[in-house]
Write a protein that binds this ligand. Structure first.
Ligand SMILES: [Zn+2]
Length: 415
């Protein structure tokens, strides 16, 4: 690969084999560096909750349902500003250790620390502020979101502020509409579980999620009137058609839902390891990511929070590990998998997807993976179990040969 460096970025002049490189007129002027392994673009993790990183992986029995899991997270999650900030810093380090240079992160309701911590890190992307509320609580939730947007405008920052109505059962239709009207980048958890399907199908009047709202003291009958359609996707399909949205999970869909997602130009981020952790294969079946891609939906892979990762994977937060799972267990196409952790999620986060592949053009970051084999680089990366190692990202150097080009990202490198 032949690169040109500017003070805060890199540009690929030529890529491919030695013949393609040497054919470039600038090739004989270039300094040559030999790197062991296969080069990869910086990775993008479009769905994570970095503020939960301090908790680490926790076991969960899917048969108990969502309520006990939520209670476990509530009990363990940091509440002080200092600890939330430290947890996001830890999450940023684990992301970089996983070759990730951009994230779609969910910040807990009312918290500015995740956004501030991310803006102080070498990462780029979007930090979505989580919003909850039904019925009479909606106007104040929208007002708080508008105040946060005004206080943390994205101007010139590598990390934009976005908004995330949590999910159809915890955020009313009116909240989705009020947040969409701000024009901020939007993300939501959608069509995640069988329980959510039941909530929508009964217009919120029965099931575990109904009981959860009653238990929290936030159920009111107006919720029923605002629920439309027969599925999570149908419930907000008309809004999706006018508001580009990043949709996390989308585990439970039928053909009509997939067609609606494609028509709306929605972006889906699926979390394969989380899918297993929450027992989704048994409760809602296999994820239909291949059908979505075939229909033209932009599908990415994300990690979700560290809580749902296998303990042996928790030294990094990397969607490459999710891609490798699909390579191994679903014989997925390695090139498609690589796009689902680079250019696809970049597009979903409003970043320039061209900066997340190795073709001539801008390059946001570069990593290397120790891998066997030659020819098909994506296949070698997916077949390897070696961690990705970042070389440079977003104007920071992570490895010695690039220290002359960019400032060293020393405090962010985990051993
Ligand atoms: Zn999530």
């Amino acid at each position: 690969m032949l690169l040109r460096f500017t003070p805060d970025s890199a540009f690929v002049l030529a890529s491919g084999g030695p013949d393609q490189i040497d054919a470039h007129p600038d090739a004989n002027l270039a300094e040559r560096i030999r790197l062991p392994g296969v080069l990869i673009p910086g990775l993008v993790n479009a769905h994570t909750h970095l503020d939960l990183s301090h908790i680490g992986p926790l076991p969960h029995d899917p048969a108990l349902g969502f309520g006990p899991w939520l209670a476990m997270v509530k009990k363990n999650r940091a509440t002080s500003a200092e600890k939330v900030r430290a947890s996001v810093v830890l999450g940023a380090r684990l992301s970089l250790a996983g070759g990730v240079i951009a994230v779609g992160d969910i910040a807990g309701a009312g918290r500015a620390e995740p956004l501030e911590a991310l803006r102080g890190s070498p990462l780029s992307g979007v930090c979505y502020l989580e919003c909850f509320g039904h019925g009479a609580r909606i106007p104040s939730a929208v007002a708080r979101a508008r105040t946060a947007l005004a206080a943390h405008a994205s101007r010139g920052s590598r990390v934009a502020i976005g908004l995330s109505p949590h999910a159809p059962y915890s955020a009313g239709r009116g909240l989705y509409e009020g947040l969409a009207a701000t024009g901020a980048p939007m993300c939501t958890h959608l069509a995640e579980s069988r329980e959510e399907r039941e909530f929508i199908a009964t217009r919120g009047r029965s099931g575990q999620l109904h009981d959860l709202l009653v238990g929290l003291g936030v159920w009111d009958d107006s919720i029923s009137e605002s629920i439309a359609g027969r599925s999570g996707v149908a419930h907000i399909a008309d809004l999706l058609a006018t508001t580009p949205m990043l949709l996390a999970h989308v585990n439970d869909v039928d053909d009509a839902d997939i067609a609606a997602l494609a028509r709306a130009g929605a972006h889906v981020v699926w979390c394969p390891r989380g899918h297993r952790y929450f027992g989704r294969p048994e409760s809602v079946g296999p994820h239909r990511w291949r059908d979505m891609l075939a229909a033209g939906v932009n599908v990415s892979l994300g990690t979700d929070s560290i809580i749902n990762l296998p303990p042996q994977d928790a030294s990094r937060l990397s969607p490459l590990d999710d891609a490798r799972l699909l390579f191994r267990d679903e014989a997925a196409d390695p090139g498609a998998l690589l796009r689902m952790i680079t250019a696809n999620p970049a597009r979903a986060l409003g970043l320039d997807p061209r900066a997340f592949d190795l073709a001539p053009g801008p390059l946001a970051g570069l990593g290397v993976v120790e891998a066997e084999g030659s020819g098909d680089a994506a296949r070698a990366v997916m077949a390897s179990s070696a961690p990705p190692r970042l070389l440079f990202a977003n104007g920071f150097s992570f490895a010695e040969p690039f220290d002359a080009r960019f400032p060293r990202a020393s405090p962010w490198i985990t051993a």
